[in-house]
Design a protein around this ligand. Sequence first.
Ligand SMILES: [Fe+2]
Length: 484
Amino acid sequence: MNHDAAMAVIDGSEILWAAHAERYSKIKNDHYLNQQIVNEAKSYGPFDKVVYYEKPILKKTRQLYAGQYGLAFSLSEMPSDHCRKFGIKIDQYVKHHESHAATGYYTAPFRDCVILTVDAIGEWDTISIWTASGGQMNLKETVKYPHSIGILYSAFTQRVGLKPAEEEYILMGMAAYGEPKYKDRIYREFIQRPMPFQLKHNLHIGLKDWMPEADPMDIAASIQAVTEELLANLWSKAASYLPPKGLMYPKHNLVFGGGVALNCAANSKLANLGLFDDIWIMPNPGDAGSSIGCVAAAEKKFLNWQHPFLGHNIEGEYPVDKIIKELKENKMCGVANGRAEFGPRALGNRSLLADPRGPEVKDLVNQIKRRQKFRPFAPAILEEDVNDYFDLPTHVKNTPYMQFTAACTAGKDFPAIIHHDGTSRVQTVRKTDNPGFYELLKEWKKQTGCPILLNTSLNIKGQPIVNDSADGKAFENKYGVKVF
Ligand SMILES: [Fe+2]
């Protein structure tokens, strides 16, 4: 339980299932578990051991320090009490940033690396750097509350009228439309020193009406630029822990985790620094993903990572032909098929798909999504085609979980998927990730000549991404858009 409660069931090195509580309760970013998600977890058999991703008493000491007395003294905020309601006994607690680090490391495609985690706050730590080799993670340094890059970014999220700890991705999107006019001012007023990172004030309570006359787009651009610079310092620091390359150590690898690793605009700039040969950001690097990481940290075992389709299953063949027919006739349709994505992005199994060609598509999809007009949609493309249409960042060969932005080299043909700055948050699709979605893109390209599909999450406005087939039907009934 926390701002995005989740559960995962792991058997040895296999992740059998992992899901977000919100998809079952229909409450966005639900803090709490509910009977439906617990029942689905239990359907995989009795639990031998239950691990929780945070140390609750340590967290309470920080809440006391922060003056959050209500939270600190509330027993209902104790995870053991919350889980007991569902007949679950917690056997072990792992520290918050160790869980973040382990989520990345034990799912990574390499064994030797440096790990960087950056989020708003766990117990006390807000940033951690680890070296890792042969299944062991070694903590090298941390930054502690109230000095937090995540809290700084969330304070600005609130300043522009968005919901902190939830709508940071919108602030990131706004940044492309502004000028970083206030970058120096942010450094002057809020940042004591960039390394080791230290704030001048505790920003947990927000910024109130800082710079009331400023254009929110310029504020967004300014905090995004500051964040990218602060993260660049951290990436360089992390790289400094790696031994020189040689026969024993042929590659420099990074695992990046924590909620800040969802900032795909920053990720691209950081990749372009060229500090690492390989970067692994697991598709759910925020707190929900730690349901996997805390178990991996407790067991110190590598997991057999395959793909993020780990949630609720809607049985049936992937409906390739139906989707193509509908896209040809009506430009847009939903798909709710197979196992739900574990992570914040819809990657083809709970997606609203559209033909990305033509100037009217963005407005057409936006009519359904009813979101800010400036926000473009993401493109999905076969991995083998990506270099023909997008310039991926340095050393990034694919982006199957929409974690990097890339300059689109054919932007005028697909205006709905292009950001103001000419980039897109691209999803590359491999057969091994999702054979159904791969076949769909292949067949779509064969029949229409178009290599791209617009891919956005399938959700009713204000609700989480659809989970089961009843949710899919509810979407179809509400918006009159077919869901297969
Ligand atoms: Fe976190």
